[in-house]
Design a protein around this ligand. Structure first.
Ligand SMILES: [Ca+2]
Length: 231
């Protein structure tokens, strides 16, 4: 196993362990809206971060409709930076992710690329069961619309880049021909048993200068409202 792959496996394990010790009873009920704050971030963590980016709960760019007063602000000063906010709480059958959405808003002052926005990523065991190193894949949804206004990203009805997590490969930068993109339903059909290990939002690499907010991460019957302070 090379060091890059080990690094992600270690990250995934860290998420799962954090979940086992950090989740409140309310987190484990399943449905409804969970307010995620700096003090109560549940299982969320930036376990695959690299470089010099930052992650901050803030009111500065407001919130989408129904999303309280603030959101989570992601900043990646250089193309090498990568900031994530992922959770193992969403582990389970990949089919649940056919209902996935989140909201994005770019900071108007940020970056040179007006189309850049945070992506959504799911680490999966491609055939379920016990995870073997070669079975770890990364699914990436990259928004194709939205900008400086709050925009709902319907990732569940979109197409995803499917990449085997091999060393330091970064799906976002490596590119993904449109012919290789798949819907969640297609992935489930082609890989019976595929199961999610951890999931959440990702910014970078290749997003130098981008500052963007994310909020109302929704998967299946769960919604996470990201807020600077508890309501
Ligand atoms: Ca919010």
């Amino acid at each position: 196993m090379n060091s890059g792959r080990w690094w992600l496996l270690a990250a995934v394990v860290t998420v799962l362990v954090a979940g086992a010790t950090g989740a409140s009873a309310a987190d484990l009920v399943g449905g409804g809206t969970t307010v995620v704050t700096p003090e109560h971030s549940g299982q969320f963590a930036g376990t695959y971060d690299r470089g010099a980016g930052s992650r901050e709960f803030s009111d500065r760019l407001g919130a989408p409709p129904g999303g309280g007063t603030g959101a989570l602000l992601l900043s990646t000063p250089s193309d090498e930076d990568k900031i994530q906010f992922i959770t193992g709480e969403l582990s389970g059958p990949l089919g649940t992710f056919a209902d996935t959405s989140y909201w994005t808003r770019r900071d108007p002052a940020a970056g040179d690329d007006p189309t850049a926005l945070p992506s959504f990523q799911i680490a999966v065991d491609i055939n379920g069961g016990t995870l073997q190193p070669q079975e770890l894949y990364l699914l990436t949804f990259v928004p194709s619309r939205g900008g400086e206004e709050w925009t709902k990203q319907d990732a569940g009805s979109g197409t995803w880049c499917v990449t085997r997590q091999d060393g330091g490969l970064d799906a976002y930068r490596a590119g993904c021909p449109s012919s290789e993109r798949r819907t969640i339903a297609q992935i489930v059909r082609e890989h019976p048993g595929v199961s999610a290990i951890a999931a959440g939002v990702n910014q970078g690499g290749g997003d130098g200068g981008l500052v963007a907010a994310v909020d109302l991460i929704h998967v299946g019957s769960r919604t996470y409202d990201l807020e600077p302070t508890a309501p």
